[in-house]
Design a protein. Structure first.
Ligand code: FE2
Ligand code: FE2
Length: 127
């Protein structure tokens, strides 16, 4: 297993944690599909991931607005930049079918966002 779900950093809000685990599971499957170079499966999982990322980000944004979290604009801007990133990644994938690009990007992408933004946000929002 490339990304142990158990290694995912936990934050102070259980809903955030559940969203992250769902996403880590899809990314894990995506990694495995990359390793097998199963192009059709990668397509399916990228579509699923984009859908899941939207659900993840919009749920967090709703909670932040409800809690009137002071850093909402920054966290939201980071989500927006990640939304663009993943769309670009998928567009590039469709052209180049470069498995390595997907493998390199996704795990650090999620882990960095959790530690940089979600952990502090979850502390403010609480559980
Ligand atoms: Fe998150
Ligand atoms: Fe976030």
């Amino acid at each position: 297993m490339l990304l142990g779900i158990d290694k995912l950093p936990k934050v102070a809000n259980e809903l955030f944690n559940a969203l992250h685990e769902d996403e880590a599971q899809i990314i894990e499957e995506l990694y495995q599909a990359c390793q097998r170079e199963n192009l059709q499966e990668i397509d399916r999982l990228m579509e699923l991931l984009i859908y899941d990322v939207e659900d993840h980000f919009s749920t967090e944004e709703e909670l932040m607005r409800e809690a009137e979290f002071f850093a909402y604009p920054m966290h939201k801007a980071e989500h927006d930049s990640m939304r663009r990133d993943i769309k670009n990644l998928y567009d590039n994938w469709k052209i180049g079918k470069n498995v390595k690009e997907i493998e390199k990007k996704m795990v650090p992408w999620l882990l960095l966002h959790i530690s940089r933004w979600d952990s502090i946000t979850a502390i403010h929002i609480g559980d």
